[in-house]
Design a protein around this ligand. Structure first.
Ligand code: ZN
Length: 372
């Protein structure tokens, strides 16, 4: 089995800066980095490179998306707005200037992120690798057709999915989004598309508020092609794996996709400042391995994982390495940095009835469309 790995230094040009908080008595509080800091991506690549795993991975080359590629999902107006705001060095009066800051180099990084998602999918379909991980930034799953949102400029997974359909005549596509936040931009793209199965696991009643409800199942002939799995805060490895085993496996095998994408946000980790979940490094390894088995059983292993969120600079690099280990079916010598801590031990044991009940609820709703 061969696993592709795609990283490019130019992704790091997307610098989200520091947050300045003015003090009432004058001056500013010592700044901290923006949540979606380039440092997290840089540390992730450094850990992967230094782990020894890299020599067992096939390097894939980044490429720029064209404006036509972006237009597979985004409006010309949105594309032009992102270009203009980046060119102006990040000055914008909307969310792009505030929660989703950019610099001039963000434009190249964003084109490279979307293009690299497409390139990795091409490499799999053309048989150069079995599966792949793309350590890209900026992420994509919150971006809608007409707007940037939640640190995302362009929706990389939507563009890559529509690209494989256009370029390779792939019909049935499955997307599994394990980022702790609901993948609203991706869901919106495919809500009426019966050939695309979108599954989102996320923390219930979190960001974006009001999205990702268990009863949001897709519309028209696509009813049942959106599977929302809202989980209670505190869900750990055991609860996540239960959702994969009871919902994602059975529905995935019945849908029988020709390629599977993972929106891989490592923010359900036990250390994340923007999530309240308890998944560990071992948990991410097992989730990725589960997806490898699912892909093997329905689409010759065709599986591409694209980086989404993940905001613990301390822990995300380890969780990302673990996800790639799961894809590659190979362990590095790197161990969980919290090994021996009571928090890690507790997170590994975490399991509550409410987590199981949340999954029961998904099954009760999706039973109308799938044999569960
Ligand atoms: Zn997220």
């Amino acid at each position: 089995m061969s696993t592709g790995y795609l990283f490019d230094e130019r992704f790091l040009g997307h610098d989200t800066g520091e947050k300045l908080i003015p003090l009432p008595l004058g001056g500013e509080l010592e700044p901290v980095e923006h949540s979606s800091a380039a440092r997290i991506t840089r540390r992730s690549h450094a850990l992967i490179a230094g782990s020894g795993l890299l020599e067992h991975l096939t390097p894939l080359e980044a490429r720029f998306a064209t404006i036509d590629d972006l237009a597979l999902y985004h409006t010309q107006q949105h594309i032009e707005h992102v270009r203009a705001v980046c060119a102006a060095g990040g000055e914008a009066g909307d969310e792009m200037g505030e929660t989703t800051p950019v610099v001039a180099a963000s434009w190249d990084a964003a084109l490279l992120a979307a293009g690299s998602a497409m390139a990795a999918a091409d490499a799999i379909i053309e048989g150069r690798v079995d599966n792949a991980y793309v350590l890209l930034r900026p992420p994509g799953h919150h971006a809608t057709a007409a707007a940037s949102m939640g640190f995302c400029l362009f929706n990389n997974v939507v563009i890559a999915a529509r690209h494989v359909r256009r370029a390779h005549h792939v019909e049935r596509i499955m997307i599994v989004d394990w980022d702790v936040h609901h993948g609203n931009g991706t869901e919106s793209a495919f809500y009426g598309d019966a050939d695309t199965l979108f599954v989102s696991l996320h923390q219930e009643d979190w960001y974006p508020l009001g999205r990702g409800k268990v009863t949001d199942v897709g519309q028209g002939t696509a009813a049942g092609r959106t599977v929302n799995i809202p989980l209670p805060p505190g869900t750990g490895d055991i609860g996540y794996l239960e959702a994969f085993e009871r919902v994602i496996g059975p529905i995935g095998r019945q849908f029988a996709p020709q390629i599977i994408f993972i929106s891989a946000g490592q923010d359900p980790s036990m250390m994340d400042p923007l999530g309240r979940m308890m998944v560990t490094m071992e948990g991410f390894r097992r989730l990725a391995a589960f997806m490898v088995d699912l892909a093997a059983s329905c689409c010759d292993g065709a599986l591409v994982a694209l980086q989404e969120g993940g905001y613990s600079a301390a822990y995300v690099p380890f969780c990302t390495l673990a996800a790639i280990e799961g894809l590659a079916g190979r362990r590095s010598a790197v161990r969980d940095p919290y090994e021996g801590s009571s928090e890690l031990d507790r997170s590994r044991r975490e399991y509550r009835r409410q987590q199981s009940l949340a999954i029961d609820e998904v099954i009760a709703v999706q039973k109308a469309y799938w044999n569960l």
